[in-house]
Design a protein around this ligand. Sequence first.
Ligand code: DAH
Length: 349
Amino acid sequence: MTSTTDRIAEIERDALAALASAEDDASIEAWRTRVLGRSGELTGVLRGIGGLEAEERKAVGAEANRAKQVLEAALEARREAVRRAALASAEADALDVTLPGRPVGIGRLHPVTQVRRKILDVFERLGFQVIEGPEVELDEYNFGALRIPEHHPARDMWDTFWFDEEVDGKTPLLLRTHTSPMQIRHMQSHEPPIRVAVPGKCYRYEATDATHEWMLEQVELLAIDEGISMANLKGTLEEWARQMFGPGRKVMLRNSYFPFVEPGVEVAVDCFACPGDDPACSVCRGSGWLEMMGAGMVHPEIIEAAGYDPERYTGFAAGMGVERVAMVMLGVSDIRDFHANDPRFLAQF
Ligand code: DAH
């Protein structure tokens, strides 16, 4: 008899100690199964009572029932304590709805996007249709059809990234260096009159510095019709410059060379930030002029290659760097800032 009541006392002591260290519902439940469950320790003792002498059975039975009640009460108390602790910690991390909210950052268009849209808005009002073309281009369109054959020194101006794949075993793929290939693609699939503006990303394999990036955006212009002259080119660009930079802007054409135009010109707009001779001017640095693009009259061989009669049709083309225009408009002195993804820079525009 003594040994059984000792055993009950031992079970009770150990169980109470174990219960005190059960910190959550799962370990409390595991404890309950182990101590009070159907094959639990105390249940085992109660089952064994049947085999005892009547008197001993009474004493052991009373002791076991007392222990069972103690443990059940302890179980309830422990459950309640754990529940309260969980509640208290939830309250501690709870949302304080009376705190003022954190300000939500409002997005904005990238400065290059803003400037590209403005450039295109003006050309659309001037009657140009906006179209786009592939960034992965055929050598033939990027160079050959623009009168820049292999080994021609003009290719040095446009080193680029090449792909291993070839199409029809002869024409390699590259990342286009300019949007001019769309002149050829569009002429091949359309008849004059043509007036298109082509925005798009271009790539060049070159060392970067404050005015050069290996990825840039351009907007190409192409107008083909009967009787188009250099005066139309200049008039169109002058009107564009006035709508972009303000009334009274002047456009200067300077002789230049691009294999796909004849004659070819560099186009500069007079400085809108100073009278034109201020050496401290951050926009023109005293030169009075801002280089914006290349342009010219579409080469008659290109008109002919498109299947148009070069005696009947003439046209002008131009290509401008969007980041270039953006630098001038926004007063940015390093082109690399545009794609460095620094929100402190981008948030200024
Ligand atoms: N594609 C030339 C470049 O990226 C720019 C250019 C020059 C475009 C003359 C033209 C043009 O359409 O007529 O350097």
